[in-house]
Write a protein that binds this ligand. Structure first.
Ligand code: ADP
Length: 218
């Protein structure tokens, strides 16, 4: 599972990790954006909450995650969980859901808030496949996604106000998970500054280190 502030590069690193280890990338943000795009009643409700930078209810999120993790690819290969859990309640629900197994490792990508704010302001995303870009590293052709040809735009929840609210909720609801997972022997903290390739190498090193040590005792 990958933890980190908004704009710490979680999404980008999770996509890369998912290719590196050939394991499905399960992102609650991407699943919710797909629900919004479908135009369903649930999608409309979800959109209003996301645009304000608020968190969705724990039950709805964990139901969605449980369904996704029950699919054959995740059962066979495992998963890289991105954007969940975000609250202690979600972490408890996830632990109960995975019993008798547990997460192999929780990676916390550390980036100072000043840097995260800059990254969020220049973040752009493909509306179709969710690939992330930035104003300083745009797609090759005219804001058209290099991966799928979709339109690359600024996310509607990347407004100054919604960003402020998301970071506030991160500090209040999500940051406590760092100690929660540390006390369970599952945490690895990785420096998230610098080029994405360098950050990925640090994450892979942390995973390999854990693999060579074996799973923590419960
Ligand atoms: P970011 O990390 O930039 O906030 P995400 O794509 O992970 O972006 O999430 C976007 C929005 O989706 C969040 O602001 C929140 O409204 C909702 N969301 C995603 N995951 C969760 C979760 N685990 N619990 C509650 N709300 C969530």
């Amino acid at each position: 599972m990958v933890l980190g502030k908004q704009g710490a590069g979680k999404g980008t690193q999770c996509v890369r990790l998912s290719h590196h280890y050939v394991v499905p990338h399960v992102s609650t943000g991407d699943m919710l954006r797909a629900a919004v795009k479908s135009g369903s009643t649930l999608g409309l409700k979800v959109k209003a909450i996301m645009d304000r930078g608020e968190l969705l209810g724990d039950d709805i999120i964990m139901e969605m995650v449980a369904e996704r993790l029950a699919e054959p690819d995740a059962r066979a290969r495992g998963f890289i969980l991105d954007g969940c859990p975000r609250t202690t309640t979600q972490a408890e629900m996830l632990a109960a859901m995975l019993e008798p197994l547990q997460l192999d490792l929780v990676i916390d990508i550390e980036v100072p808030t000043s840097q995260v704010l800059k990254r969020l302001a220049s973040r752009r995303v493909c509306v179709d496949c969710n690939t992330n870009y930035s104003v300083s590293a745009p797609p090759r052709v005219n804001w058209t996604c290099d991966v799928c040809g979709g339109e690359v735009i600024q996310r509607e929840d990347d407004t100054e106000e919604a960003i402020r609210r998301r970071l506030e909720l991160y500090e209040r609801e999500t940051a406590p998970l760092i100690d929660w997972y540390r006390s369970r022997g599952l945490l690895a903290q990785v420096n998230g500054s610098g080029a994405p390739d360098a950050v990925l190498r640090r994450i892979v090193r942390a995973i390999e280190q854990r693999r060579s040590q074996g799973a923590p005792h419960r």
